[in-house]
Write a protein that binds this ligand. Structure first.
Ligand SMILES: C[S@@+](CC[C@H](N)C(=O)[O-])C[C@H]1O[C@@H](n2cnc3c(N)ncnc32)[C@H](O)[C@@H]1O
Length: 264
């Protein structure tokens, strides 16, 4: 098994763990972030066919369905889809949930009106080539004129992150070149433990922290036009105050995550 396969499997295992599933069952109740809602209202056609990629337990899928959209949600983690189905059933909400991998979509081209890869799911795909494949696939299944909304955490070099990235740079660009074995596939790869995870269990999660330039290049390479790019905090002051997730204390929401709106 290569590094990428191993990271992918570890990530699915962590997303399937009891503690993370319990957390995601709560997250499903949180609804749209303010920033998401503003962009969805602006870019998605009301009541159209939307695609929630990396839907998890259904936080955005539920909110979309409750706003009148037809929703198909996919996730690579079977446990997430199981939880999402149970929650939707308990709420009597009609959402079509399927286990699926964003890098290899089982939908025809020009099928969806709009799509969302929420809460940094896209950057939890290990390997730059795989992230590119996912964008290419989403481009293929979207109708012309349709939008993809995604978020990605961004690398910046201030505060406690300054030395962190310098150390990682040396590791990736120097130590690896002279033969050291390292796990990171791309510069910017990061492994983290959640606030609530049992420290005795050796379970960690993967995320790739991007540069704005790299994301823009990947979006353009897939055929999309980059329509809009702003940080969560710049879009909504309210989200800036209540930044979510285990990485929240590490990021300043005026710098990260960044919302990207892509037009086919
Ligand atoms: C941070 S969670 C976000 C879940 C949900 N969108 C939300 O906002 O609550 C990221 C999700 O992306 C999923 N994911 C990661 N890689 C994926 C891939 N290649 N295809 C589909 N889903 C993927 C994970 O299983 C996980 O459920």
């Amino acid at each position: 098994m290569n590094n990428i396969e191993q990271i992918k499997n570890e990530s699915i295992d962590e997303f399937s763990s009891i503690a993370t599933q319990e957390r995601y069952a709560k997250i499903a109740e949180e609804g749209f972030w303010k920033s998401e809602k503003l962009l969805i209202d602006k870019y998605f056609k009301p009541k159209s066919k939307t695609f929630d990629i990396g839907c998890g337990s259904g936080r955005t899928a539920i909110a979309l369905a409750q706003s009148g959209y037809e929703v198909i949600g996919i996730d690579i983690t079977p446990k997430m889809i199981e939880t999402a189905k149970t929650i939707a059933l308990s709420k009597n909400i009609d959402i079509d949930y399927v286990v699926g991998d964003a890098t290899n979509l089982k939908f025809p081209e020009n099928y969806f009106d709009g799509s969302i890869f929420a809460n940094n799911g896209w950057v939890q795909i290990p390997g730059k080539e795989n992230r590119q494949k996912a964008l290419n696939e989403i481009y293929r299944v979207l109708k012309p004129g349709g939008y993809l909304i995604l978020t990605a955490h961004q690398r910046y070099y201030s505060g406690s992150y300054f030395f962190f990235w310098i150390k990682n740079w040396v590791k990736y660009y120097i130590l690896r070149k002279i033969g050291f074995k390292i796990e990171e596939v791309d510069f910017g790869d990061l492994f983290f433990k959640r606030d609530f995870s049992d420290k005795k269990i050796k379970q960690r999660q993967f995320i790739h922290i991007t540069s704005k330039k790299e994301v823009k290049e990947q979006i353009i390479n897939s055929g999309f036009k980059l329509k809009f790019r702003k940080s969560m905090g710049e879009i909504s002051n309210e989200d800036a105050k209540v930044m979510k997730g285990s990485l929240k204390k590490n990021f300043n929401s005026f710098k990260s995550p960044i919302f990207y709106v892509c037009e086919k």
